[in-house]
Design a protein around this ligand. Structure first.
Ligand code: PLP
Length: 388
């Protein structure tokens, strides 16, 4: 019997076959480079976010493009998230296949093959997508009507990032009216992602910018409501603004994602979250005060910040394909064959390099979670969704 969840089920089997033998092993015995998450630190991060949103209007809809792990998404839902945010229709399919029932694709669904996949997927989970183009709205409507499903839509407003989104409240209103009138679609509200504020180092400046950005969204929301449109959702925010946008009484959904793993990029902005994700790497050479590790840019995301070593203050000199070079001094005790933990420069591009995350507690591997879907191009889901 065919099963539309087949690509996800196969990924689970593949990971169990290739990595299952490490269950119960000490993390220190894993072949390096190895992607590991400290489950206890991860749980504490999830708890900090839950506590931060306690009593706020905003509910957590964590962005799972960071961890690409349906297993972790299910943990987030179990601790109070209303559903998840994803970046692509393939990530949405993986989440739905694993049992997540409420999914926002915070992105435009283009071209036609992805529109068809979204329409088919809406039969298996409550699916909402972002839209900022009338032609795309028409295509989504035709596909959902044809498939006999309903797709929720957040019309997207650009609040200063300059990426996707209508450039004015009036433009947004026209999109919202079109969605409201379209068969197969249900207007839910607005997506407004204030990404240009996310990495502003000074907290006060970040707060001022994020507040200004979200004021554009709340005034657009008021316009839609004055025109009688059923716009109840305002979705946005990230790890850098979780305690700014997340406390805005008009914001109903917070899309933060990086807080679960953290990385060197976000660590500077929100030090209250712990690094739970690291790459274990082996020292392969030491020449006086130059240390060479077996993890290069094929093993760890170097975007924005060169990955540092956990617990050390040495700056990385260079990341090559298969090597990292650090300038150390006499305080550095590790020698050839010893291991260090590296902190991702950027967690999303680190995770995307691996098939699996080793979940570690008390130094032992307690689980192995598939990273799925990795990279672009998961047409297998399109085929399996069309088969039903
Ligand atoms: C649409 C959208 N929402 C939310 C986020 C927040 O992610 P993070 O918490 O990882 O900063 C991102 C990050 O790229 C995003 O693109």
């Amino acid at each position: 019997m065919s099963d539309w969840r087949e690509p996800w089920l196969r990924a689970g089997e593949r990971v169990a076959e290739q990595y299952g033998r490490h269950y119960g092993e000490p993390a220190d015995a894993l072949p390096t480079p190895a992607l590991v998450v400290d489950v206890d630190a991860l749980q504490r991060n999830l708890g900090v976010m839950v506590a931060a949103l306690d009593g706020q209007t905003a509910r957590l809809r964590p962005h799972t493009k960071v961890q690409k792990s349906p297993d972790i998404a299910l943990m987030q839902v179990a601790t109070g998230a209303i559903g998840v945010t994803v970046a692509s229709v393939w990530e949405a399919a993986a989440m739905a296949a694993a049992g997540v029932t409420d999914i926002l694709i915070a992105n435009q669904i283009v071209p036609a093959d992805k529109v068809s996949a979204a329409a088919a997927l809406a039969a298996h989970a409550a699916l909402t997508v972002a839209a900022d183009d009338p032609r795309n709205i028409d295509a989504l409507s035709a596909a959902a009507s044809g498939a006999g499903t309903e797709i929720g839509v957040l019309v997207e407003l650009d609040v200063g990032m300059g990426r996707c989104g209508a450039r004015s409240a009036e433009g947004l209103l026209r999109l919202a009216e079109r969605v409201h009138a379209a068969p197969g679609l249900r207007l839910k509200g607005i997506q407004a992602y204030e990404g240009h504020c996310m990495s502003v180092p000074d907290r006060d400046t970040r707060a001022r910018m994020a507040t200004e950005a979200m004021a554009k969204a709340t005034s657009a929301l008021a316009l839609l409501r004055r025109e009688g449109l059923p716009a109840s959702t305002l979705s946005g925010g990230g790890t850098g603004t979780y305690d700014i946008t997340g406390r805005n009484p008009e914001v109903t959904e917070l899309q933060a994602g990086s807080y679960a793993f953290m990385d060197a990029f976000h660590g500077r902005l929100v030090p209250e979250f712990e690094v739970s994700l690291t790459v274990i790497s082996t020292v392969v050479a030491r020449h006086r005060d130059t240390v060479i590790l077996d993890a290069g840019r094929k093993s760890i995301g170097i975007d924005y910040v060169l990955p540092p070593m956990l617990g050390h203050d040495y700056a990385a000199r260079f990341y090559a394909e298969e090597h990292a070079l650090f300038d150390v001094d006499e305080r550095f005790g590790a020698d050839v064959g010893d291991r260090v933990h590296l902190v991702s420069g950027y967690a999303p591009t680190t995770v995307n390099l691996y098939d699996a995350i080793f979940a570690v507690s008390g130094g032992q591997v307690v689980s192995v979670w598939p990273v799925f879907p990795r990279g672009p191009g998961h047409g297998g889901f399109l085929t399996s969704l069309q088969r039903g």
